[in-house]
Design a protein around this ligand. Sequence first.
Ligand SMILES: Cc1cc2nc3c(=O)[nH]c(=O)nc-3n(C[C@H](O)[C@H](O)[C@H](O)COP(=O)(O)O)c2cc1C
Length: 317
Amino acid sequence: MGGAMSWISEHKLVSSISNAGGFGVIACSSMSPEQLENEILLTKQCIGGKEFGVNLILMHPNIDELINVCIKNKITHIILAGGIPSKDLIGKIKVNNIKAITFAPSISVAKKMVRIGIDALIIEGMEAGGHIGKVSTSVLAQEILPEITDVPVFIAGGIGTGKIIVNYLKMGASGCQIGTLFACSKESIAHPKFKQKFINASSYDTVISTQLDSNFPVIPVRSIKNNATKDFTDFQKSIIEQYNNGLVSKSEGQLAIEKFWAGSLRRAVIDGDVESGSLMAGEIVGLIKKELPVQEIIDNIVSDAESYIENFYINRP
Ligand SMILES: Cc1cc2nc3c(=O)[nH]c(=O)nc-3n(C[C@H](O)[C@H](O)[C@H](O)COP(=O)(O)O)c2cc1C
């Protein structure tokens, strides 16, 4: 699966992933319902009947309208991100013949999601790029895969080779989700300077954002270290100061902090401001040596998986 990436997973990348044998997912992020419909139509034009999905952020103010756009356009898979979906929401999606998929940050959430009707789960470790949880991919996989057998489970965070995919499949996963590698693909619309930062980075170069005040909770974000990391800390400080002086309400402050990353990522991805824009990337960025076509990224992973199976499992004495 292609992991949805805000500003990056638009029709060109999504259709390239599905056309190359993967499963592309549009990142709706902060798009309006009209913008989402346009992206869906453009993807369909490039994709010739192959399947793809749409990733929706639960706290989007127009979430119901966005789901209606997916229903109207006969989307087959919706991936719900940025929170825990309700039974009603999952029901609304499924009753329209759409598969509902979401993220499970823990075994208890995974079990609850299965109980309320989710069709598939993604477990994403803290090695991943973008907004992350607290636990690593390998630990989540060992905790969740043996317990969840009623629905397919996909593994995300730190996937860069066929070898690791073979091992997660052997442990019971149905597939893996990749973000960072595709962000640096030829078909990704990310600015050349953004991609160059990925090519230059090692796995040591990513950092996780920190929260300054429990009144203003922050979902941690993993990105390549640059000024955005420090700017985010300064931004939080200024919001907390404004709140303490009665200049903004708590909810206004929380919203402003939440919106920081969307604007900051756009500046880096679209405008190429790689000094102060956010360079969201997973630790696997260290494996990227050059910009490659999506087809080559997928072919490399598949042939690596095949030779690993052959050498390790078939020819092993
Ligand atoms: C630049 C960037 C933006 C992302 N935006 C989103 C998003 O909008 N919605 C979402 O569910 N996940 C988002 N993710 C997470 C990816 O979909 C995917 O799960 C993750 O990148 C997988 O881990 P990896 O980076 O190690 O491959 C983003 C990741 C990156 C790198």
